[in-house]
Design a protein around this ligand. Sequence first.
Ligand code: HEM
Ligand SMILES: *[C@@H]1O[C@H](CO)[C@@H](O)[C@H](O)[C@H]1NC(C)=O
Ligand SMILES: *[C@@H]1O[C@H](CO)[C@@H](O)[C@H](O)[C@H]1NC(C)=O
Length: 357
Amino acid sequence: MSFKTIFAIVSLAIFASALPSKRAVCSQGRVASNAACCKWFDVLDDLQANLFDGGECGEETHESLRLTFHDAIGFSRSNPRAGGGADGSIMHFAETETNFHANLGTDDIVEVQRPFAIKHGVSFGDFIQFAGAVGVSNCGGGPRLQFLAGRSNNTFPAQDLTVPEPTDSVTAILDRMGDAGFSPNEVVALLASHSVAAQDHVDPTIHGSPFDSTFSTFDPQVFVEVLLKGTLFPGNGSQPGEVLSPLPGEVRLQSDFAIARDSRTACEWQSFVNNHALMVSRFEAAMAKMAILGHNPRNLIDCSEVIPVPSKAASNSAALPAGFSMADVEASCNNAAFPTLSTLPGAQTSVAPVPPS
Ligand code: HEM
Ligand SMILES: *[C@@H]1O[C@H](CO)[C@@H](O)[C@H](O)[C@H]1NC(C)=O
Ligand SMILES: *[C@@H]1O[C@H](CO)[C@@H](O)[C@H](O)[C@H]1NC(C)=O
């Protein structure tokens, strides 16, 4: 061994011993890089068993994912009083925020989640982002989201009108999201969330109606189905924020329809249609940004290791639903051809509602 090598080993040892050793063994022998992450394994166990019905990508998962957005987007680069970002304010001040029109329906999941957060003694801001990350890991082909812990439990209510609505124009949505720090491409990436989503309040005449036919898997199907020619309203006719959908039982948001076809966003939208891996990686990156709005990540501890590894996707590409052909696709990206997709076999089907649980 040369002197140089010995010197390197000794200095490495001194350096390593100068760092506090935070590695810890947590419950059931699970290992965390920081002892502060151990409690999140216990929250994980509780959520999987008692909130997500044994680890399902069902209604509570969809609602929990939506809640990460509705809490975090209460944030503005230009107006510090708009909200504290991903701060749990939608849970602390539920009586104020869940009554904002854009937050209709979030009161259910806020009330279901709150006792879990209190029981485990974690801040509401941390809890909301953690629950969303765990929930979406239950969806086949899902992302493995980053989870940083340590948000303060003290904050203030967000102002109204920070959350985009399906009746808003693309310009209004991109402006609002831009004010919170997101590019048009990042907005499209975040909308991958609508692959595991349903609605109750835009069209209240059809309960639990999904935005795509594969609402319990995190796949690019929504990016294709939103581009299909719309022909029907699945409920009792048109409602504000709703436009014609291609499949019985499926609801199409006006905002998704418009973002899929707008020249500022259509190419990013189309790029996900046959590229599940790209959709997931862009979603993970945009969600990592969203989850820490209002925070300095240097003050947070990386506990991402607690988030389960989702099962793999069955396919990298979406398919046309049975009965549809490429002629039904309203391709909207001007600088790339729409990929050729196969059609699922069988006769055209309707989309069943998300089972209530
Ligand atoms: C950018 C504009 C967006 C608009 C206009 C929008 C609008 C909506 C609307 C109207 C619903 C249906 C709510 C109901 O009636 O029950 C919904 C559901 C949902 N949204 Fe968004 N959304 C947007 C962005 C996002 C983002 C960034 C996320 C990311 C986490 C997200 C996640 C979800 C999820 C998971 C659901 C399904 C909730 C459930 O099934 O219970 N949305 N969205
Ligand atoms: C966070 O604040 C809420 C009140 O809004 C309280 O009920 C909860 O116990 C607090 N949690 C912690 C960890 O301080
Ligand atoms: C749909 O409209 C019909 C006729 O107006 C009405 O009888 C029915 O109750 C409506 N259904 C819902 C779910 O609103």
